[in-house]
Write a protein that binds this ligand. Sequence first.
Ligand code: PAF
Length: 279
Amino acid sequence: MHIFKEIEPLRAFLDEKRKSGLSIGLVPTMGALHAGHLSLIEASKRDNSITICSIFVNPIQFNNPKDFQAYPRFLEKDIALLTQAGCSALFCPEDYTMQTGAYLQVSFGDLEKSMEGSFRPGHFNGVVKVVAKLFHIVEPDTAYFGQKDWQQFVIIRTLVEELKFNVKLSVVETVREADGLALSSRNQRLTDSQRKQAVVLSATLNESRQKLLAGDSIAGIKGLARNKFEAQAGLALEYLEVVNSENLLPLKSVEEADRPILCIAAFVDEVRLIDNMFL
Ligand code: PAF
């Protein structure tokens, strides 16, 4: 696997590939890779001749400096995993290479009024600035994102549509542990007992989904979820929302949207996790 830390050598490598008519898939990540990331790599390898993974823990998308400091970083292990997975190239720039000016502020209106947008002010501004930069550097044919960050996917899709980026987007289903916990780099911060508690996120989504399908109200399932989280020390529910998966507007009843999605964010002690499921 080729490893690039600087932009120009990476561009030269990719230009060469493009001239030979090869297609390029991009998998943007923040490292601490797991089977979820590897499923994005697999999807890219299926669709493209060249797959490039980026690893950059983007400081400007963390609204909480402690979360940024504590974010798991395992570059050597990640390189081994990517090599084994048959990834063609890795772009792992230093902060100074990706440095973003402080002036441009991007906002997505209603798309970021709920959920991650409202609980993590500035988060999507940071995500979009780094993703746009990666799109300009790599100029991929297709870029791959996980469904676990559904709001992020909708926002990046909007960026691509509104600014006419010449890139196709692909969203890949969430990979789960046997007990249902969605894979996340942040899971690596959980102790054994926190790990056991963390299953409450996917369990709550599953249970809420069943209840909605059986005719329960959205207000009803939200109340049950609050009680469930309040009953266990160490857990704090930030939100459980049922939104229209296209425009992310919160729903009062599931009939209001063609494709509702249930989204959850919660703390297991100091580790913040998110998950979602389509109805
Ligand atoms: O989903 C992530 O890991 C990050 O938000 C991304 C898309 C790599 C941007 O830093």
